[in-house]
Design a protein around this ligand. Structure first.
Ligand SMILES: [Zn+2]
Ligand SMILES: [Zn+2]
Ligand SMILES: [Zn+2]
Length: 437
C-alpha cells in the first residue's frame, strides 16, 4: 500500500514500500515529501516553482548549503532516507488535515500559519549574509514577503512573537548589511586612535601624552616644566579619541554605519532599526489554518478609525444632549441603528470574498454619510448613528440610499437593516447605558 508520495531526484535510492516515488510533479498528485537535489541553486529553484504543496516535508542533503529544510541527512543512504520519511509521515498527516484557503487572498497568511501548525514549532529568523535584510525565514521561502506576513498575523493575534534580534539599516537603501565603525565626529574619517591623556597637576594642563613627550622625558607643553613622578607631578586620568585626519579630539568616538550594498554612510544615532521576532501559533491561529479561513476583520475595529467614532458611553452623552436640545429648542435630530448580518451568516451565504467587500462597503457608506458633527458607535452587532440637525422625515431617504448602494455592489440589499429610534427607544437606550455605567 502506498499511502504517501515523495518527489525525489533520479539519483535517489529506493524508498520504503509505503512511499510512492515521483521524479516530476504531476497534476493532481499530492506531494507529501520532497527530497531536494544536492545542488543548492537547483533546490532553491525547485522550491520557488511552487509546483507542489509548499507545506510538503523538505529533506535535503547535509553540508551542501541548502537552507530551511525540515531534515538534513545523507539522502543517498537508503536507511537514513527511510528515517527521514518516517518523520515526514507525521507532518504529512497534519498537512492533509488542513482545509484549503477559502479566500485566495489569504493563501499566503494561511500557509504561514499552516507551516507553524504542521511543524508544531516556533519559527525563528536565521542570519543570512546573502540577504540585504541580513535575516530571513528560509522555511517560508515560498512566500513573497515572509516577515510582513508574519507581522500582520501577529498584529491579528494569530501568532505571538518573541524578540530575537535587532538590525540597523542604511538610511539610503534600507540594507542591513552595514559595517559599524568608530569615526571622527568632525570629519567622519575612520582614521581615529585612542590617546592616553596626561594631567599636569601644577598648571592643570590635560593633553595627549604625545604632546608631553620630548625623547623619553615628559615636558609640559604649556609651562615647560618636566614631569618626573607619576602621582606627584602628574597622573593619567584616561583616554581620549583623536582623529588622525583632522586632529579633532573627543572623549568618545562617533559610530557610523557603512553600507555594504550602496556605500552610503549612516550615523548610528540616526539609523532606523528593524526588530526580528520568533513566532508561535495562538489558538486562534490554529483554528484559522485548520479551517482555511481568517477570522473576519472586525467591523468595529475599522469604524474606530473614524473621527466621528464614539465609545458607547460617549455616544450616550452626545445623544442625551441632542434629546435635551430637542426638548428645549425643538431642534431636529435622528438616532438610527444599522443592523448588519452576523459574520457566520455572511460567510455561509456570500463566501469570505463577499464578506471583505461587505465590510468595505459599510465603511465606505458611513464615510460618505457621516458629517463632522455626527457620531457613530457600535453596540452588540448594531451600528448606532446620531445625526444632529437632521429631520426625522429624511430617514426614509437615508435608508433607501444605504440599501440602494448595498444592492448595487453586492447584488443584495438585505444584509443591512436600518431603523429609526423613536423617543421611547432612545430613552430606553440611555437608561441601559446609564445602568451599565
Ligand atoms: Zn577628523
Ligand atoms: Zn604644565
Ligand atoms: Zn545602503
Amino acid at each position: 500500500m502506498t499511502a504517501h508520495t515523495a518527489l525525489v531526484p533520479p539519483t535517489s535510492p529506493p524508498l520504503p514500500a509505503d512511499w510512492a516515488r515521483i521524479e516530476q510533479t504531476e497534476a493532481g498528485v499530492r506531494v507529501d515529501a520532497v527530497v531536494l537535489p544536492d545542488d543548492a541553486a537547483q533546490a532553491r529553484a525547485l522550491r520557488r516553482q511552487g509546483t507542489f504543496n509548499p507545506l510538503a516535508y523538505v529533506i535535503a542533503r547535509s553540508g551542501v548549503g541548502i537552507r530551511g529544510a525540515d531534515r538534513y541527512c545523507d539522502t543517498s543512504d537508503r536507511e537514513e532516507l527511510a528515517l527521514a520519511l518516517e518523520a515526514a509521515r507525521v507532518v504529512a498527516g497534519r498537512v492533509r488535515a488542513l482545509a484549503s484557503a477559502r479566500d485566495a487572498r489569504e493563501r499566503d497568511a494561511l500557509l504561514a500559519l499552516g507551516y507553524l501548525h504542521t511543524r508544531d514549532t516556533e519559527l525563528s529568523p536565521c542570519v543570512n549574509a546573502d540577504a540585504s535584510d541580513f535575516f530571513d525565514y528560509p522555511q517560508l521561502a515560498f512566500l513573497p514577503q515572509p516577515r510582513q506576513t508574519l507581522e500582520r498575523l501577529a498584529a491579528a493575534r494569530l501568532l505571538t512573537r518573541r524578540f530575537h534580534e535587532r538590525t540597523h539599516v542604511c538610511r539610503d537603501c534600507g540594507s542591513a548589511r552595514v559595517h559599524a565603525r568608530e569615526v571622527c565626529a568632525q570629519c567622519r574619517s575612520a582614521h581615529v586612535s585612542d590617546k592616553q591623556v596626561i594631567h599636569h597637576y601644577r598648571c592643570g594642563t590635560q593633553r595627549p601624552k604625545a604632546d608631553f613627550l620630548q625623547g623619553t622625558t615628559l615636558v609640559c607643553p604649556k609651562c615647560d616644566r618636566e614631569l618626573r613622578h607619576f602621582g606627584v607631578d602628574y597622573d593619567a586620568p584616561g583616554v581620549i579619541v583623536q582623529c588622525d585626519a583632522c586632529g579633532e579630539v573627543a572623549t568618545e568616538p562617533a559610530v557610523e554605519l557603512l553600507c555594504g550594498d550602496c556605500g552610503g554612510r549612516t550615523g548610528a544615532d540616526t539609523a532606523d532599526h528593524v526588530d526580528w521576532h520568533a513566532y508561535t501559533l495562538t489558538e486562534a491561529g490554529r483554528v484559522a489554518c485548520v479551517t482555511g479561513r481568517m477570522p473576519a476583520e472586525r467591523l468595529q475595529d475599522r469604524l474606530m478609525a473614524f473621527d466621528t467614532w464614539r465609545s458607547p458611553e460617549s455616544f450616550a452623552v452626545v445623544t442625551d444632549y441632542c434629546v435635551k436640545l430637542g426638548e428645549r429648542y425643538a431642534r431636529h435630530f435622528v438616532v438610527m441603528a444599522l443592523r448588519i448580518a452576523d459574520d457566520q451568516a455572511l460567510y455561509d451565504k456570500l463566501g469570505p470574498q463577499a464578506l471583505h467587500k461587505y465590510y468595505d462597503l459599510v465603511v465606505d457608506l458611513l464615510a460618505q454619510l457621516l458629517r463632522k458633527t455626527d457620531s457613530v458607535s457600535m453596540i452588540d452587532d448594531e451600528i448606532l448613528l446620531c445625526l444632529p440637525e437632521t429631520d426625522p422625515a429624511s430617514f426614509a431617504a437615508i435608508e433607501a440610499r444605504i440599501r440602494g448602494q448595498m444592492s448595487q455592489v453586492l447584488g443584495i440589499g438585505e444584509y443591512i437593516e436600518a431603523r429609526l429610534l423613536d423617543a421611547e427607544q432612545i430613552a430606553a437606550f440611555l437608561a441601559r447605558m446609564n445602568a451599565d455605567a
